[in-house]
Design a binder for this molecule. Structure first.
Ligand SMILES: Nc1nc2c(ncn2[C@@H]2O[C@H](COP(=O)(O)OP(=O)(O)O)[C@@H](O)[C@H]2O)c(=O)[nH]1
Ligand SMILES: [Mg+2]
Length: 302
């Protein structure tokens, strides 16, 4: 891929715009490229590379109530959004130390795991993406019900397109009946693409999504090939991948946090760990990780 795409020729774009910002360019706006506990790495127009920022405590402090947090129904929007990787934020730049994040700007898309059964806020898996690649491999991991669940969650994600990306097309895949089942659950709600990072099969079809200043979010179970796809698109190893464990056919956990990469073509790719790593290990997690015959949430406590 070529860095000097048509998109960047003749136009001088700020760093923030190169990282996907499409609003008015003002000082003090950054994009979160990774989050590590209380620390956030931001890209912005104020500095080269990445700067370190923390949340301004008085803005993001949790409200104190008598009830334990997980017993209190939390309405969306009740407290300020906490930044996650992919967010655009306002921050107070500090040249000599940590900058302070003061606000999370509205998200144009968000992929969330809502769980009405457990009374806790939705888990935000990816934000501000133009395309959501719902990835699943064509080997043992293949499960149409899981894809159905992802597409269900993607329904109100905002201004973005969901694309089902079936990986490892070079391996002996599922039979015709299983493929028909997949087609049925997708039922025209999303394009279905088949790729192999190994042979390059189907990679051309991704070009329409992997474009300068557009963000592609990769979601799907651990081991399906998300980081491998990122590396293939980048043309170099930017993320660690894993060897599938022979005995289980399942991957080990390599990508442990979400990270946003700008690849040489100018596209932005958000790599995520499998749902199990970012969620609590519980019934709902197993649900997305393994797939079930029903598309409903299990009610955990009743
Ligand atoms: N045969 C085959 N293996 C692949 C392909 N893409 C990824 N893999 C392998 O699948 C394993 C898991 O890949 P990884 O990218 O770490 O998965 P992630 O957990 O979704 O990020 C690694 O051993 C990769 O080499 C593919 O297209 N074909
Ligand atoms: Mg990974």
């Amino acid at each position: 891929m070529n860095i000097s795409s048509a998109d960047t020729v003749g136009v001088s774009l700020s760093r923030l715009e190169l990282f996907g910002w499409r609003g008015a360019v003002e000082p003090g706006i950054g994009r979160v490229v990774s989050a590590h506990g209380d620390y956030y790495h931001l890209v912005c127009n104020e500095a080269e590379g990445e700067i370190l920022a923390r949340k301004k405590k008085s803005v993001f402090a949790r409200m104190k109530t008598a009830a334990p947090d997980d017993m209190r129904p939390v309405e969306r929007g009740e407290r300020p959004l906490s930044p996650v990787t992919g967010d655009f934020v306002r921050f107070r730049f500090n040249e000599r130390g940590d900058s302070l994040i003061t606000e999370v700007l509205p998200r144009f898309s968000a992929f969330e795991r809502k769980d009405p059964a457990a009374r806790r806020p939705a888990q935000t898996l990816a934000v501000n993406f133009d395309a959501l690649f719902v990835m699943m491999s064509l080997n043992e991991d293949f499960s149409p019900p899981r894809i159905a669940r992802y597409l269900e969650l993607a329904q109100d994600m905002g201004e973005a397109e969901a694309v089902v990306v079936l990986t490892k097309a070079d391996l002996a895949g599922p039979g015709a009946a299983e493929m028909a089942e997949l087609e049925e659950v997708v039922s025209g709600r999303a394009r279905v693409l088949r790729i192999s990072a190994l042979t390059g099969e189907g990679m051309d079809a991704l070009a329409g999504y992997v474009r300068p200043r557009r963000t592609v979010a990769l979601v799907g179970s651990s081991g399906v090939g998300k980081s491998t796809l990122l590396n293939t698109l980048a043309g170099e190893e930017v993320a660690a991948t894993q060897e599938i464990q022979e005995w289980s056919g399942r991957g080990r956990h390599t990508t442990t946090s979400r990270e946003l990469f700008r690849i040489p073509s100018g596209a932005l790719v958000l790599d995520t760990p499998g749902i199990r790593e970012i969620g609590r290990i519980g019934e709902e997690d197993a649900f997305l990780a393994k797939g079930e015959s029903t598309h409903r949430w299990r009610v955990k406590d009743g």
